[in-house]
Design a binder for this molecule. Structure first.
Ligand SMILES: Cc1cc2nc3c(=O)[nH]c(=O)nc-3n(C[C@H](O)[C@H](O)[C@H](O)COP(=O)(O)OP(=O)(O)OC[C@H]3O[C@@H](n4cnc5c(N)ncnc54)[C@H](O)[C@@H]3O)c2cc1C
Length: 392
């Protein structure tokens, strides 16, 4: 074989496609019994492929990784991701927040079409082939037929990050790369919920969406929905601030972002009379049951008057840190940029390229994750193809 790609997620499949397009015989080895399991899971709640914005705007979402990702996303950014999906027969639409989805919403039709195209291009997919390390220059696999060693001319590793291990991305590759002297940043959950030890009264709100609230953390102000769950808070709004919270910022909620503290204080200046506190707050401030419950949970004993109004505007979330990394939508950390050259080839292991979430970048949700996975997969695949050609 000319080229080996390990990992059949979006990054690996993109690398395989580029290698095949360059006329290479490509084998994709996947540890799981089927390809793209996390990709399919991503489609369960609506496959957000990319953000409909210019590449330079999109790049800002990758924070410190915007530098190294710059040339890669300029070659394949939001517009190219949309064209790519259309090329696979998947019409896309842009939602109100600029997020782009396939009309089918899920990943399965796209993945089916993609695998079909790769098959037509001669890409060979070998499932249940788990890479377990190097044997000399060869790549050693555990397979149902026993151990196998592959000796490709070039390899692209696209093994994913360190969350949702049951879908294949278990980061078991970390010691394998470390043993070859590849420098890695520790993994941390990105786009992950916060853990809360709720009082029993909160149980009836589990599953309730919290809407129209502003989340504040580390200078960020985000107005997006999140959900109260038995384990804490999760969902888009929380994920958006999760990096700041992970890095130690206090998380605060503004339960009435459209009104000033003074306006709220005025509403609260009326005597409570015989109303319960809950009823009175509901009537005077129009807070819905879940917002009231959060106020009671973290604000009790409730102050009065202007202090209560201030609390509604600035309610500190009493949490116990982030939920475990395995629950994260994506992970920060992985192969450091210093460990690869500008082709995404490992400096310590020439001929081996890396792509996708196993590289050290993170971004908020919004389609940025898949965009960077596809773009780095394409970049690494092209560079790997060039590497074989130049050796001929
Ligand atoms: C619930 C959920 C929803 C999401 N929604 C979105 C979304 O809407 N938009 C978005 O942009 N992103 C979303 N994501 C994130 C996105 O799915 C990932 O960022 C993306 O799949 C990462 O692609 P990848 O190819 O780098 O890795 P992965 O998709 O993780 O693929 C890596 C592959 O490598 C295989 N592998 C690992 N180790 C080995 C080994 N030793 N040997 C052989 N094979 C191995 C794995 O089995 C896996 O198939 C979501 C994630 C989750 C969990």
């Amino acid at each position: 074989m000319d080229a080996l790609v390990i990992g059949a997620g979006p990054a690996g499949l993109m690398a395989a496609e580029e290698l095949a397009r360059a006329g290479r015989h490509v084998v994709v080895a996947e540890g799981k019994p089927s390809p793209g399991r996390k990709f399919l899971m991503a489609g369960k709640s609506g496959l957000n492929l990319t953000k409909d914005e210019g590449t330079e705007t999109a790049l800002a979402a990758y924070a410190e990784a915007a530098g190294p990702l710059g040339p890669i996303l300029r070659a394949f950014g939001p517009a190219e991701v949309q064209a790519w999906a259309r090329g696979l027969g998947q019409e896309v639409f842009t939602g109100s927040s600029g997020r782009v989805f396939p009309v089918a919403m899920k990943a399965s039709p796209l993945l089916r079409a993609w695998l079909g195209r790769l098959g037509d291009m001669g890409v060979e997919l070998r499932v249940r082939h788990r890479w377990v390390g190097w044997q000399g220059d060869g790549f050693a696999f555990d397979t149902p037929e026993g151990p196998v060693v592959a000796r490709p001319r070039v390899t692209v590793l696209a093994l994913g990050g360190a969350s949702w291990a049951r879908l294949g991305s278990d980061a078991a590759w970390v010691p394998l790369l470390q043993a070859r002297g590849v420098s890695l940043s520790p993994f941390a959950g990105a786009n992950v919920g916060v853990q809360v030890a709720w009082s029993p009264q909160m149980a009836r709100h589990f599953g309730a969406p919290v809407k129209g609230v502003e989340l504040q953390a580390g200078g960020m102000r985000v107005r997006a929905e999140f959900v109260v769950s038995s384990r804490g808070l999760e969902g888009g709004g929380i994920y958006a601030v999760s990096r700041a919270v992970r890095e130690g910022a206090e998380l605060v909620l503004d339960l009435a972002p459209d009104r000033t503290a003074a306006a709220l204080a005025e509403r609260l200046a009326v005597p409570r009379g015989k109303d319960s506190v809950g009823n009175w707050l509901r009537k005077r401030l129009g807070l819905d049951p879940v917002k009231l419950a959060l106020l009671m949970e973290w604000g009790r004993p409730l102050p009065e008057g202007a202090a209560l109004a201030a609390l509604v505007k600035r309610l500190p979330v009493r949490h116990h840190g982030m939920r475990p990394i395995d629950e994260a939508i994506s992970t920060a950390g992985g192969v450091r940029w210093e460990a690869v050259d500008d082709r995404l080839m490992l400096k310590a292991v020439p001929g081996v390229f890396v792509a996708g979430e196993m590289l050290d970048w993170e971004a908020p949700t919004g389609g940025y994750l898949l965009t960077a996975c596809l773009a780095t997969g394409r970049w690494a695949g092209r560079a790997a193809a060039g590497c074989v050609t130049s050796a001929e």
